[in-house]
Write a protein that binds this ligand. Structure first.
Ligand code: 3H9
Length: 691
């Protein structure tokens, strides 16, 4: 007995309860008493059956992730599962909340699984750059079949109890008192008697596998793995489960797990797991939150509509405001179309679509925002326009309502001055499409009240966003660093790289697309307008825009697009334009390698991140990683720019920045003091701002 594991025997059924808040992870201090309790009960004649249950909000949600990378303390999870499989009396896992990773593997060591109807069961290790290392890849296929198991393990997505029952993973689903039902199930099963077969010895489902179909599915998944090792290892392990004897497949799974857990990709993904949770913590845990029941959105364009959908998807009634009935109708039509697409793809039920659309109330009158608790403006990105909107809001919003601007660049402090209540003003920078993208930068202005900030941070979680609090500066964390990443783009092209070469260097690095492809997707006119407003020029990009080449929407940008296609094709006209401009500027062209492209784009990106830390625009280096992975597609296997800087070597980054500084004379390469200190100490230091 320990405080983490207790045993009670009732009417011959032993209930082993794990109690390790918050998520009952299988930490060492759980594993040892659990092992001891099971070893004792195995030989205890007063126990006819054993139920494993958990206290608190969930069944075991996995191995203790904080223990990875440290020496393994015995007994390991595998030993516990192996012990379970030597028990002749019926063993039952009583699952509520989530049975994830090592938690599900523990349950797979039992003869039976009884699940609460709201429970979710899955093997999400792949999201941590791992594969299930406690026998999950060899036991799950024995219950649900190899193809279903492959899908679950490679996606990491859990399934609901009902689906688990249909698939053969759960033996019973309970609507009511889970523990009482699990005990009854165990007792009746013991009464029936007979031989209870361990999952390891159930081979019928595996024998049905169509290996060719399985391999085709695995190949398809491998294609989508984008340079990540874990999905491939998952597929290999399930393949082993089909083709090798149980113990050999188990040993092979272990070898793959050991390799992955010590690799950079898993370290990076574990870093991101904790970074996202850290970023969600804003000071004032005990502050009274403001009540948010209705949300107002001003502007039903692409951003406003997407933001409105994000809130409706989270169950919030939304008042959507536009300047005219026509604009409102256009906006609502777009929202309806987006939901219809989701229904046609099968990701939304017809009922859910209707329920969500029922949450919308359209209006063209600011007075209708009076009953909103949070109002977000998503109007044209122009200071005068934003200030006018906030002036109007000040007149109609109820006292205590939070007033937010969805600006991507503008000074939120200045916007706040157009109200008499700057404490209620902050920025919510959503990313397009706002109903899909997970990142939300919450901009804390000088006078933003802590409870307003904490309320919005909580709210972000409720609508499924990953939120990061940032300070006020041009472009906040993400877009400011994006400008630094793009600063050398034109020079690289003028000096001889092609758009295709630049983009390939990025996709080879693991980005979903390179900067030229991204520009074409977003619309080159956006940057052009921005540059003009700031008195800046970009010799090639400006010329493209002057020629009406705005990217995908005009069929031509950095690339050519056949009508209706999103596939970029090299455009000799663009390459000629670049050569001509280089000639006019007297720049000699040369071969530019991928390494140079990465150095001249990603090192300044990191350098800008260091400046952001120094200025207190972000509170932690890991917050910057969360922004870049969730908002800009930085490869998760590299952990975000600030984590990757450690992998790449900060000393090298400083040296190369200095080299490029000397060679080009450009300030973008001047290493920031915080970066220099990182190179010396190996840890990022922040001055502590944003929060
Ligand atoms: C594994 O099992 C490997 C095995 O196959 C092989 C082993 C040999 N460990 O997310 P929340 C902390 S790999 C340690 O905010 P929610 C978390 O950091 C594991 N800590 O709650 C946070 O701490 P804090 C496979 C963990 O209700 C607190 O718990 N399993 C772990 O929104 C609350 O977390 C997974 O990958 C852990 N395993 O969501 C599941 N899990 O408060 C990972 C959580 O100090 N976990 N913490 O910031 C989850 O997906 C979610 O936490 C869960 C709850 C859905 C369970």
């Amino acid at each position: 007995m320990s405080s983490s594991v207790s045993v009670a025997i009732e009417n011959g059924v032993a209930v082993v309860t794990i109690d390790n808040p918050p998520v009952n992870a299988l930490s060492f201090h759980v594993r040892r008493p659990l092992y001891e309790a099971l070893a004792t009960l195995r030989d205890d004649p007063s126990a006819r059956a054993i139920v494993i249950a958990c206290a608190g909000r969930t069944f075991v949600a996995g191995a203790d992730i904080t223990e990875f990378g440290k020496p393994v303390e015995q007994p390991e999870l595998r030993a516990i599962v192996a012990l379970l499989e030597t028990i002749a009396k019926p063993t039952v896992a009583a699952i509520h909340g989530t049975a994830l990773g090592g938690g599900l593997e523990l349950a797979l060591g039992c003869h039976f699984r009884v699940a609460d109807q709201g429970a979710r069961l899955g093997l999400p290790e792949v999201k941590l750059g791992l594969l299930p290392g406690g026998g999950g890849t060899v036991r799950l296929p024995r219950l649900v079949g190899a193809e279903k198991a492959l899908g679950m393990i490679v996606s990491g997505a859990p399934i609901l109890a009902g689906e688990a029952k249909a698939a053969g993973l759960a033996d019973a689903v309970v609507d009511g008192d889970l523990l009482a039902e699990a005990i009854r199930f165990a007792s009746e099963t013991a009464d029936q008697g007979g031989v209870f077969i361990a999952v390891r010895d159930r081979n019928d489902r595996l024998a049905e596998t169509d290996l060719a179909a399985f391999d085709a599915q695995a190949t398809d998944l491998a294609r989508k793995s984008r340079g990540l090792d874990a999905p491939l290892a998952c597929a290999e392990a399930v393949h082993n489960a089909i083709t090798l004897p149980f113990d050999e497949a188990l040993a092979a799974e272990r070898a793959l797990f050991v390799k992955l857990v010590s690799g950079d990709q898993s370290r990076a993904q574990r870093h991101l797991f904790f970074a996202e949770r850290e970023a969600a913590k804003v000071p004032g845990k005990d502050l009274q939150r403001r009540t948010i029941e209705r949300v107002g959105i001003i502007g039903a364009g692409t951003m406003g509509g997407g933001i409105a959908m994000a809130f409706a998807n989270g169950g919030f009634p939304v008042t959507l405001l536009e300047t005219s009935a026509e604009a409102l109708q256009r906006g609502m039509a777009m929202i309806e179309k987006n939901y219809a697409v989701s229904v046609s793809r099968g990701s939304l039920t017809e009922e859910a679509r209707e329920q969500r659309l029922g949450l919308f109330k359209g209006s063209t009158d600011y007075a209708d925002l009076a009953d909103c608790d949070l109002i977000i403006e998503a109007v044209f990105e122009d200071m005068a326009v934003k200030k006018e909107v906030f002036g109007k809001l000040d007149a109609v919003a109820r006292p205590g309502a939070i007033l937010a601007t969805n600006t991507s660049y503008l000074d939120v402090n200045e916007i706040a001055t157009s109200t008499a209540r700057p404490r209620d003003v902050l920025g919510t920078h959503f990313f397009s499409p706002a109903n899909v993208m997970k990142l939300l930068e919450i901009v804390r202005a000088e006078k933003t009240a802590p409870d307003a900030l904490a309320t919005v941070a909580d709210l972000a979680r409720r609508i499924g966003k990953v939120a990061v609090v940032v300070g006020v500066c041009h472009g906040f964390v993400g877009n400011r660093m994006l400008s630094a990443r793009g600063a050398e783009n034109e020079f690289l092209l003028l000096e001889g790289a092609t758009p295709g070469q630049v983009d390939k260097a990025f996709t080879d690095f693991g980005w979903p697309m390179g900067p030229c492809q991204m520009g074409d997707l977003a619309g080159l006119d956006i940057g052009w307008r921005n540059r003009k407003a700031r008195g800046l020029t970009a010799v090639i990009a400006d010329t493209l825009c002057e020629e009406g080449r705005f990217g995908q929407k005009t069929g031509r940008g950095w690339y050519r697009y056949e009508s209706g296609s999103r596939e970029p094709a090299t455009d000799p006209e663009v390459e000629k334009l670049i050569r001509t401009k280089a000639g006019e500027l007297g720049i000699a062209q040369r071969e530019i390698g991928a390494d140079e492209i990465i150095e001249r784009t990603l090192y300044p990106l990191i350098n800008e991140g260091a400046k952001i830390l120094q200025e207190g625009i972000a509170a932690r280096a890991s917050d910057i990683d969360v922004v870049w992975v969730n908002g800009y597609g930085f490869p998760i296997g590299k952990g975000g720019p600030m984590f990757w800087a450690g992998l790449e070597g900060a000393v090298r980054i400083v040296e190369r920045l200095e080299y490029w500084r000397q060679r080009t004379g450009r300030g973008i390469f001047e290493p920031a003091p915080v970066l220099r200190r990182f190179a010396e100490t190996g840890s990022w230091e922040a001055v502590g701002g944003a929060l």
